[in-house]
Design a protein around this ligand. Structure first.
Ligand code: CP
Length: 308
């Protein structure tokens, strides 16, 4: 079986098309394990995974934990607020102390862009970026790619609209890289205040501020949360106006293809960026994304440990 020649998974930019395909193919095979009555294989017995989360998380943390346990690895969860970071210890010193206990993999979520790169350079253990600031969320992008590929059979040639708070979204950045790399065309849409300058040229995507234009003939619509926790100013006049111009509801969905897939990385602000009937409707694959998250993270834990 081919394997991934990488110690760390830090972003989508540093993964080749072949490496992404290997992760998705491996994740597809991992899905079967979660369908068994006994959802456990001995593949990573004796390996230790530390889940180190400086930011809140439901999906990423839980799915890494479940993924590790389904592969029989030992997983240990540590939150920033419960660690000695609150006593003044630096991230690197904390990580070096964790490494002294001989973990094989450290999964890090951090509010500062670039934090996982510092650990990856300094540690022997594999480092997996579970979201760093506004920069990258590679495992989210991989699970999104897997979910779309399962529903559409391919990623090549699809039209993907990513709509919402592009400015503050690591999911948007990782998915712009991931989907374009795999042959899809991406349009990002938001108010001008929520799209970084140079987005089109940096990521090879189209940019619009008009939602019907973004959605027109889309195969995939990915809605993003307004990230109030990262916003430092006022980016739109009111939530009501934002929702009217950039919220996904049944009327806007009419512009897309009849078999369009509706995605959201979660957590959702129901009624703000997406109406409840669309979030729970027939086009929604939001919970499929969560299911794929376990399989993708099983694949990554397996592949970074050498596929042993
Ligand atoms: N999509 C995502 O990263 O969700 P969590 O913040 O709940 O992990």
């Amino acid at each position: 079986m081919p394997t991934l020649m990488k110690k760390d998974i830090l972003d989508m930019t540093s993964l080749s098309v072949e490496e992404i395909s290997l992760i998705l193919d491996t994740a597809e095979r991992m899905k079967e394990i979660s369908e068994r009555p006994v959802k456990k294989v001995p593949t990573l017995r004796g390996k230790t995974v530390v889940l180190f989360f400086y930011e809140p998380s439901t999906r990423t943390r839980t799915s890494f934990d479940i993924a590790a346990k389904r592969l029989s690895a030992d997983s240990i969860s540590l939150s920033g607020s419960a660690s000695s970071v609150v006593k003044g210890e630096t991230l690197l010193d904390t990580a070096r102390n964790l490494e002294a206990m001989k973990p094989d993999i450290i999964v890090l979520r951090h509010s500062s862009s670039g934090a996982p790169y510092i650990l990856a350079k300094s540690l022997r253990a594999s480092v997996i970026n579970a979201g760093d600031g506004m920069h990258a969320h590679p495992t989210q992008s991989l699970l999104d790619l897997l979910t779309v590929r399962e529903h559409k059979g391919t990623l090549e040639g699809l039209r993907v609209a990513i709509i919402g708070d592009i400015m503050h979204s690591r999911v948007a950045r990782s998915n712009c890289v991931g989907f374009t790399k795999m042959g899809a065309s991406v349009t990002v849409c938001a108010p001008p205040t929520l799209i970084p300058k140079g987005m089109a040229s940096s990521y090879g995507v189209s940019v619009t501020h008009h939602m019907p234009e973004a959605v027109a003939n889309a195969d995939v619509i990915m809605m993003l949360r307004i990230q109030k926790e990262r916003q430092t100013g006022f980016f739109f006049p009111t939530e009501r106006e934002y929702s009217r111009l950039y919220g996904l509801n049944r009327d806007v969905l009419e512009y897309a293809k009849s078999d369009v897939l509706v995605m959201h990385p979660g957590p959702i602000n129901r009624g703000l960026e997406i109406s409840p009937d669309v979030a729970d409707g027939p086009h929604s694959i939001i919970l499929d994304q969560v299911t794929s998250g376990v399989a993708v993270r099983m694949a990554i834990l397996y592949l970074v440990t050498g596929g042993a």
